[in-house]
Design a protein around this ligand. Structure first.
Ligand SMILES: Nc1nc2c(ncn2[C@@H]2O[C@H](COP(=O)(O)OP(=O)(O)OP(=O)(O)O)[C@@H](O)[C@H]2O)c(=O)[nH]1
Ligand SMILES: [Mg+2]
Length: 365
């Protein structure tokens, strides 16, 4: 999974990026501190892996991973070259979802490029720049398709879609709200990698004081929440600065620090939960002595396709899956005990894999 971070300059994108990835990107109190994109990988914390690791005397634990891309801030007119322009958006064209950092903290020392704290205005500014960038992409595609469309019915159909989509974006709407007329259109729509088609998680960056009650008293956060609910996006409340401090602690210290703040989980954990939820993702597990590992799949994935995540041979030669749920295994204590109780199931091609399934695939190629 890959997530791209966007937002105005100086709102805390790189601070958040650093706290998540410990990658040490430059962050400073001036707009456009970031020029070249930063890329970092974080592993998805999953306590189940550690428990299984002990149980199987595992040599290696491999958690799922998320890649983050932190780019330069966007300002009004970025599409026309204001600020650093929108040239860096190409770096997040391929991401699965966008993390949109919105400044909801007051701090007169930290420059806001538009002079005041107004999360909704800021969201609109960024949305508009993303829309402009998508329109550019479509214009380029349209220019290419026009000639071919005269002699090719399929291309003509796609051209009509692109024109309709472009007109839609030009009304200031996000591609996410656009309705395709049929399957062809849907497939094309998904193939364009439009930024405004991607799911969004808003990171409401608040002060330390607003953390404990999840930003409930912060009018900016309230506004972002309302906006996100209507736009079917996720919100998570974070204090990027504190998060960066937390990231430097070891696990025990981290737990104490969070408790002191009245929190049960770190911003990273919140963000991961929000993105799994938004993208409809779950994890299944494989466990053995050589390796205990988490695999990320879309909810609703059937056993052979889930197996294909490990290796295409597993999908091609899929015979069946031997499955015990993590909870059942924990209750029984050992794999054999679970087997005796009939909790190790044999599942076939139509089985829909569940979160926490521990799977052994049988295949033949
Ligand atoms: N008070 C406060 N300051 C913060 C917080 N998060 C970030 N900052 C400060 O805001 C300034 C800008 O942070 P960056 O992370 O560099 O911002 P950015 O969004 O990456 O900015 P550009 O790279 O310029 O687009 C730094 O001085 C941070 O220390 C926060 O939660 N609270
Ligand atoms: Mg930055």
């Amino acid at each position: 999974m890959k997530l791209g971070i966007v937002g105005l300059p100086n709102v805390g994108k790189s601070t958040l990026f650093n706290s998540l990835t410990k990658a040490g990107a430059e962050s400073a109190n001036y707009p456009f501190c970031t020029i070249d994109p930063n890329v970092g990988v974080v592993t998805v914390p999953d306590k189940r892996l550690d428990v299984l690791g002990e149980m199987y005397h595992t040599k290696k634990i491999v958690p799922a991973a998320i890649e983050f891309v932190d780019i330069a801030g966007l300002v009004k007119g970025a599409s026309k070259g204001e600020g650093l322009g929108n040239q860096f958006l190409a770096n997040i064209r391929e991401v699965d979802a966008i993390v949109h950092v919105v400044r909801c903290f007051e701090d007169s020392n930290i420059v806001h490029v538009d002079g005041s704290i107004d999360p909704l205005r800021d969201i609109e500014t960024i949305n508009l720049e993303l829309i402009f960038s998508d329109i550019e992409i479509l214009e380029r595609r349209i220019a290419k398709a026009v000639k071919v469309a005269r002699n090719d019915k399929t291309v003509a159909k796609e051209l009509a879609l692109m024109e309709r989509l472009k007109a839609y974006l030009e009304e200031g709407k996000l591609a996410r709200g656009f309705e395709a007329n049929d399957e062809d259109e849907q497939e094309w729509l998904e193939s364009y990698n439009l930024l405004t088609y991607k799911p969004v998680i808003f990171a409401a960056n608040v002060t330390e004081d607003d953390l404990a009650n999840d930003g409930a008293d912060n009018t900016g956060v309230q506004a972002v929440r309302k906006y996100a609910e209507e736009a079917k996006c996720e919100v998570f409340v974070v204090c990027a600065q504190i998060e960066q401090e937390i990231a430097e602690l070891d696990d025990d210290e981290k737990k104490m620090f969070l408790e002191d703040l009245g929190l049960t989980e770190s911003g990273l954990e919140k963000l991961i939960r929000a993105s799994y939820h938004l993208l409809g993702l779950i994890s299944y597990l494989t466990a053995g002595e050589p390796e205990v590992r988490a695999w990320t799949i879309k909810k609703g994935t059937k056993a052979p396709q889930a197996a294909g995540k490990i290796h295409s041979d597993f999908e091609r030669g899929f015979i069946r899956a031997e499955i015990v749920s993590y909870d059942d295994l924990m209750e029984c204590g050992t794999y054999n005990a679970a087997k005796e109780k009939g909790l190790v199931r044999l599942e076939g091609k139509e089985y829909v894999v569940q979160d926490g399934d521990i799977i052994l695939f049988r295949f033949n190629v």
